[in-house]
Design a protein around this ligand. Structure first.
Ligand SMILES: Nc1ncnc2c1ncn2[C@@H]1O[C@H](COP(=O)(O)OP(=O)(O)OP(=O)(O)O)[C@@H](O)[C@H]1O
Ligand SMILES: [Mg+2]
Length: 488
């Protein structure tokens, strides 16, 4: 277009309403704090301290790092919404993209964001965004303010940055009294969730000892979704995805095969096993998305041990539609089929591990493994039969010659304890095939023979034919065969 021939007029965003709009991007407390930590990591911080000070409605959250810090000009630039064009290239280790995170993450939780920063060789500088001031002045103006108690925080450090959130109106009402124990408990609970989120989101940095993150001065331990230090975790082959992403599947061990019960419990993660299955999308080493099938599959109980790592370099941000909060990603259409077929393979292994109580059938095949129940498939219909070749059946048969009652009781016990409920559940849930109706695979005379046996026994015990027939009609599955009973 030839722009020179058009009239022009400036349409500057109205500061007060625009900045309120930033609050509505949809961060949670944990994604907001993670976004601030991203900045610290990008600035080469080694130690990051998150602190919360309970003071009722005047509570404070601070995030301090010992990274490169900023000088006066750099800090003002950093405070500008949209400091950097999202389209510009970023260094490989830069976790930022939009030039917004510091502001949008902070405003999603608080009305006052103040930042103190010190670059090596400079004196500390500070600036603040105060939403109340912007509402009043209607100007995009920073104020040079920082709560006094923090002004000297960086004096003993070569460089670093301190982010301070006050007036946390999205976390608790500003008029909350410091003595309000209920509010205090809620405040603590929401922050505990943050701690777990951080342990997961930044686990690779923590594991590699690239950074330490402290939570009220306690060091946060990494939470690794893939349980790589469990012996029985199955690690699948690496696969390269179009455009430079990498995928690697993990199947966690069955509950019985975890080293300890504690390890099994810990591995379930923030939302529990069923919710934590799926892809784990990393951007650099930073986890964006934890446990999500990216619209390719539903979450189902029997895939709960399957977790697949996807590593994205930040040059793929646009293609994968990374969002401002760094909590969403959408695989491009060209990759979806590949993701789906890889995931299907890992999911199959996961469902085997889940249903065989940790035993892997394929490994057993060579040893002529004898399950007590055999799954049969015919014409897309499935059923289970008791494996007559199983040793226990042979042995109980010989026991039955001497102690028939004991033998029957033992057999019933074993059958009760080993009903393959999980596989039945999975077959039903997959819904691709249907269950064979009862008695469709047995000799039609079986029901009749047993009915005659039972009927004769009742008569021998003194019942009238009518009484015996009435009784048989109450016994499953003979209640379904009234016609046969009447013929007796
Ligand atoms: N803790 C920090 N230490 C040093 N520099 C920082 C720090 N936090 C922010 N900055 C500077 O401020 C800039 C703006 O940060 P902001 O989080 O708003 O955007 P971004 O990180 O560039 O992109 P994104 O919106 O994706 O987070 C950063 O690019 C960085 O230069
Ligand atoms: Mg950022």
């Amino acid at each position: 277009m030839n722009y020179s021939k058009f009239n022009k007029v400036e349409a500057i965003p109205e500061a007060a309403s625009m900045i309120e709009t930033f609050r509505a991007i949809g961060y949670s407390l944990e994604t907001a704090i993670a976004d601030i930590i991203d900045n610290s990591i990008s600035a080469n911080a080694k130690n990051i301290h998150i602190n919360r000070l309970w003071r009722g409605g005047k509570s404070v959250i601070t995030i301090k790092d010992d990274g490169d810090g900023m000088n006066g000009n750099e800090l003002i630039q950093a405070m500008r919404p949209g400091t950097q064009n999202p389209l510009s290239d970023r260094s490989e280790n830069d976790l930022g993209r939009f030039g917004l995170g510091l502001k949008t993450a902070s405003f999603s939780q608080c009305r006052k964001l103040s930042v103190l920063s010190k670059r090596k060789g400079y004196i500390p500088v500070f600036w603040a965004w105060d939403l109340d001031y912007v509402a009043k002045s209607k100007r995009w103006e920073l104020i040079q303010w920082m709560p006094e108690e923090f002004l000297n925080e960086l004096d003993n450090m070569q460089s670093g940055t301190l982010v301070v959130w006050t007036d946390l109106d999205r976390i608790l009402p500003l008029q909350t009294a410091e003595t309000d124990e209920n509010a205090k408990r809620k405040f603590s609970a929401s922050l505990d969730k943050v701690k777990n989120h951080i342990a997961m989101t930044f686990h690779r940095f923590i594991e590699e000892k690239a950074i330490k993150i402290f939570w009220n001065e306690h060091e946060i331990e990494a939470w690794n979704p893939f349980c790589t230090n469990e012996n029985k975790t199955q690690i699948r082959e690496t696969e390269y995805i179009n455009g430079g992403a990498i995928m690697k599947g993990y199947v966690l061990p069955h509950k019985n095969n975890f080293s300890t019960e504690q390890a099994y419990k810990k591995a379930e993660g923030i939302n529990g096993y069923p919710a934590m299955q799926g892809f784990y999308v990393y951007r650099g080493k930073r986890l964006l998305l934890a446990g999500d099938w990216l619209g390719l599959f539903r979450k189902e109980e029997h895939y709960k041990l399957v977790r697949i790592q996807i590593d994205l370099p930040n040059k793929l941000d646009t293609v994968w539609q990374i969002d401002i909060k760094k909590s969403k990603a959408y695989p491009p259409i060209v990759c979806r089929e590949q993701l789906g077929s890889y995931a299907k393979r890992v999911r199959n292994i996961g469902s085997e591990v889940y249903r065989h109580r940790g035993k892997i059938l394929k490994q057993r095949a060579g040893e002529d493994f004898q399950p007590l129940w055999l799954e049969k498939k015919k014409d897309n219909k499935w059923s289970f039969v008791v494996n007559r070749k199983h040793l226990i059946i042979q042995d109980l048969k010989s026991l039955a010659k001497e102690k028939p009652e004991q033998a029957i009781e033992k057999l019933l016990n074993f059958l009760e304890e080993t009903i393959p409920t999980k596989t039945i559940y999975i077959n039903e849930a997959q819904g691709e095939e249907t269950q064979t109706p009862p008695f469709s695979n047995v000799d039609p005379n079986l029901i009749k023979d047993v009915l005659v046996l039972m009927y004769n026994n009742q008569i021998a015990q003194g019942k009238t034919p009518a009484q015996a027939k009435a009784l048989l009609k109450t016994q499953e599955p003979f209640n379904n065969y009234e016609g046969l009973i009447e013929e007796l």
